[in-house]
Design a protein around this ligand. Structure first.
Ligand code: SAM
Length: 133
């Protein structure tokens, strides 16, 4: 569609680089202009009118998980933002997923190399976050 398209990358440089390449390739394949990329930390900031927020594997730390949870609530409540979360089932995510505010949209097996690096994890899911606000 038209309008601004903002893409916030990881705070880890190598992840930002890989994500940036993936986004560029995807844009080329789909014949669209690459988005504006920023690496600011938005968690805790005043919610803007984002249409969609996509998170990938960000529930790996207790403090981060808590601040993310409350910031997403604010974004959804004040802007009606759609929130999709990809997570391989880390412990910090279990507290969240046990509260019935998530709907599983898809599930994927993790590749062997990722399983080896993350003992105990075998698949990853994409969830829609629907808090009762
Ligand atoms: C567990 S890693 C994800 C690894 C990725 N799934 C992979 O396979 O390489 C979590 C990522 O969240 C990023 N991150 C942490 N806090 C962030 C923030 N406030 N905004 C954007 N990214 C953040 C980290 O920099 C890191 O890249």
């Amino acid at each position: 569609g038209s309008g601004a398209f903002l893409w916030v990358m990881s705070l880890t440089p190598v992840h930002t680089y890989v994500a940036g390449v993936a986004v560029r390739m995807n844009c080329e394949l789909n014949g669209v202009e690459p988005p504006v990329c920023v690496t600011d930390n938005l968690i805790g900031s005043e919610p803007e009118d984002f249409q969609v927020i996509l998170l990938g594997d960000m529930f790996y730390d207790d403090a981060l998980a808590a601040s993310l949870h409350s910031w997403l609530d604010r974004c959804i409540k004040s802007q009606g933002t759609k929130v999709l979360i990809g997570d391989p089932g880390r412990t910090q995510f279990e507290d969240f997923s046990s509260t019935n505010v998530l709907r599983r949209l898809a599930q994927f097996e993790l590749p062997e190399s990722v399983r080896e690096e993350n003992y105990g994890l075998s698949c990853s899911s994409v969830w829609r976050y629907h808090p009762e606000l």
